[in-house]
Design a protein around this ligand. Structure first.
Ligand code: ZN
Length: 275
């Protein structure tokens, strides 16, 4: 595929989607996300593909959304009215550009395995959480420090499901990270392996899955995701996306930006906020 930062390769039934932007710690621009989604789509329609591996190049898995804009085409960004972001257009843009992608990848009928190394920050979680299995290098660290920006957590709010409620609260309330081993303890990660074994072990598992009856694997995935949905997963994701946007709405109303930092809050407290 023709993408600056995304590679897509298929060998022996295994599609490997690689986010290749290590110079920016694999931060995600709208174009990167669009290209990643195109790769997931390709894996879905390619009849030779039985399993998807998601990985990234470099020291860190992903630093999250590219807050600098990353040289993206402005046309891929949120719609502005008279130069201003609005609550409704920003909601619409994040729903299409962030939330729908994560849900789409999670619900792909084919199985997927993520390989995570180094730091996986905030929206980095939205690249690995949708995958069915997660293999982590022993140097992996997971965090979602957007509470520092007046936000509850990222758009695909799977935190209680992935970390467990209490650990999710600690991570979010204190903007702290957990190690690969801690992530394995709470059930978010399947296996922790030495960094230099990450690629080999991930491919070993993917190859094993690819050797199975694809119909059996597909049904097992459907059964497990269906069970999790029956417990409320998808409804919770949808409801918490709205809560996420209460965070953006306050920032848009009071600062014109999409997040509030402590300086904004201090200005609000001092009575300098926009009314
Ligand atoms: Zn957001």
């Amino acid at each position: 595929m023709d993408s600056e930062f995304v590679r897509y390769d298929v060998n022996d039934g295994v599609a490997v989607i690689t986010l290749d932007r290590p110079q920016a710690a694999n931060a995600q621009t709208p174009q990167v996300l669009k290209d990643l989604n195109a790769a997931w789509d390709a894996s879905d329609t390619d009849r030779d593909v039985r399993v998807v591996v998601f990985r990234s190049e470099g020291k860190h898995f992903s630093a999250g959304h590219d807050m600098t804009g990353g040289g993206s085409d402005p046309a891929l960004g949120p719609k502005r009215i008279d130069g201003q972001l609005t609550v409704d257009t920003y909601y619409d843009w994040e729903e299409r550009g962030y939330l729908h992608y994560a849900r789409r990848w999670r619900d792909l009928v084919k199985p997927s395995v993520a390989a995570v190394q180094g730091k996986c920050i905030a929206a980095g979680l939205m690249l690995c959480w949708p995958c069915d299995l997660i293999i982590a290098a022993d140097n992996a660290q997971f965090s979602d420090p957007v509470g520092l920006m007046g936000m509850p957590g990222i758009e695909f709010f799977a935190h209680p499901w992935e970390f467990g409620p209490r650990r999710a609260k600690q991570i979010l309330f204190t903007a702290s990270s957990i190690t690969a081993e801690e992530a394995r303890e709470c059930g978010m990660v399947n296996e922790v392996v030495p960094l230099d074994h990450l690629a080999a072990r991930t491919m070993e598992i993917a190859t094993k899955i690819a050797s199975m009856d694809p119909w059996g694997v597909r049904l097992a995935k459907r059964a497990i995701n269906g069970a999790v949905d029956a417990m409320g997963f998808s409804n919770s994701i949808a409801a918490n996306f709205d809560i996420h946007h209460l965070g953006h709405a306050r920032a848009i109303a009071h600062t014109g930006g999409v997040t509030s930092v402590m300086a904004d809050l201090a200005a609000m407290k001092a009575g300098n906020r926009k009314e």
